[in-house]
Design a protein around this ligand. Structure first.
Ligand code: C2E
Ligand code: SIN
Ligand code: SIN
Ligand code: FE
Ligand code: FE
Length: 342
């Protein structure tokens, strides 16, 4: 069975150095060894290690050359490289960092320092992986809903970019707006729990059907779950509250005004704008002018008046996003008859 511990590749032309590193690291990691640069590159491609400790001064390919070769290759460029240098070479550390190494360790080795540096860089890699995985999951969930909802897949992209732009105009920091961009695609994830008969009904919903439909907010928040902080917490707040209205007439809780979480007010505007100007199984697309007229009209009723002002201010950017992520001709995969539900 393959060892599940992180794998380190240790590269040094001196056997004694490799032995010292082996003793220092073998209890915590699976180890691979190379005595020259050529061999190191072969091993990296055959058995992608999680981190590389790379001696600089070696006959044949130097550590620098090995590092440059790794950074040129997209498949392995993200593997962190720590250079191993003798004290006398300290001036060359800067050069090592410039060509993409994350750190350096000086010889002779201090076992505590070696272990600490390796641990630090491996945990940074894990943080990055978790971040990337989280983003993928978020997009998958958004895409899953759209698939059921007969939309083209561009709705979540457009509305999340509208939400980001609107948030920036309303004074969010870049990073807060970015988090909103990534949380917004999950706003309708609860539609997974709504029967097709209702979700894809070509005409207007009955009152009973609409009551079932409204449950997508509560279901969505439950699917995303309870998280103390971060992206998923924001996503759950948005899923639950994106149909609340400023005047208290929304659902599921009938919250009003500032009691509605701000991110949910932003998403409400972005979502409705895109729903209005798009084709749905139950409605034809409105013109941008008609949609803007409704949004102005609903200032202080459905929508936060300050956000309506911000939305009108950033209209040129909104229209650019709409163009950039336009649905393919013929409305993509919107099936069924379109009713004249007005
Ligand atoms: P959705 O299609 O993503 O629409 C999101 C929101 O955009 C709606 O929330 C509503 O606030 C606004 N909106 C969409 N189309 C119109 C429209 O023609 N006129 C006006 N004034 N506003 C519109 P709402 O109403 O809470 O609906 C939530 C979801 O319920 C909708 O998401 C859609 O999936 C479904 N839905 C709503 N009405 C109908 C319907 O008559 N037939 C069917 N089959 N589904 C409906
Ligand atoms: C996101 O970035 O998480 C959603 C919007 C997009 O896919 O561009
Ligand atoms: C409804 O009132 O049935 C849903 C809202 C809409 O379709 O505009
Ligand atoms: Fe919704
Ligand atoms: Fe939506």
């Amino acid at each position: 069975m393959r060892d599940s511990r992180p794998t380190l590749l240790l590269v040094d032309d001196e056997t004694t150095n490799l032995q010292v590193l082996r003793h220092t690291l073998q209890d915590e990691y699976r180890l691979l060894f190379a005595k020259d640069g050529r061999k190191a590159l072969d091993i990296v491609h055959a058995d992608r290690p999680d981190l590389i400790l790379l001696d600089i001064m070696m006959p044949g390919l130097s550590g620098y050359e090995v590092c440059k070769a790794l950074k040129r290759n997209e498949c392995v460029a993200s593997i962190p490289v720590i250079f191993v240098t003798a004290l006398a070479e300290a001036s060359s550390e800067q050069q090592g960092l410039e060509i993409g190494a994350v750190d350096y360790i000086t010889k002779p080795f201090n076992p505590h320092i070696v272990r600490a540096r390796v641990r630090t860089h491996l945990s940074l890699v894990q943080v990055e992986e978790v971040r990337a995985t989280r983003l993928k999951i978020v997009r998958c969930l958004g895409a899953a809903v759209e698939f059921r909802d007969n939309e083209t897949g561009f709705h979540v992209i457009r509305m999340s970019h509208y939400a980001r732009t609107l948030a920036l105009t309303a004074g969010y920091s870049e990073s807060a707006a970015e988090e909103l961009l990534h949380a917004a695609p999950m706003h309708d994830v609860g539609k997974i729990g709504i029967p097709d008969m209702i979700l894809q009904k070509p005409g207007k919903l009955t009152d009973d059907e609409y009551r079932v439909m409204q449950q997508h907010t509560v279901i969505g928040a439950r699917i995303i779950g309870n998280h103390p902080s971060g992206l998923l917490r924001m996503a759950a707040v948005i899923a639950l509250n994106h149909h609340e209205k400023w005047n208290g007439s929304g659902y599921p809780q009938g919250l009003a005004g500032e009691d509605i979480p701000h991110v949910a007010r932003v998403v409400a505007l972005a979502d409705v704008f895109d729903a209005l100007v798009s084709v749905r199984p139950y409605k034809a697309a409105w013109s941008v002018d008609e949609a803007v007229t409704l949004i102005r009209d609903e200032s202080g009723k459905h929508f936060d008046p300050e956000l309506v002002r911000a939305f009108l201010d950033c209209m040129p950017d909104i229209l650019l996003i709409r163009e950039r992520w336009a649905d393919p001709e013929n409305g993509g995969c919107t099936g069924g008859t379109r009713s004249s539900h007005a």
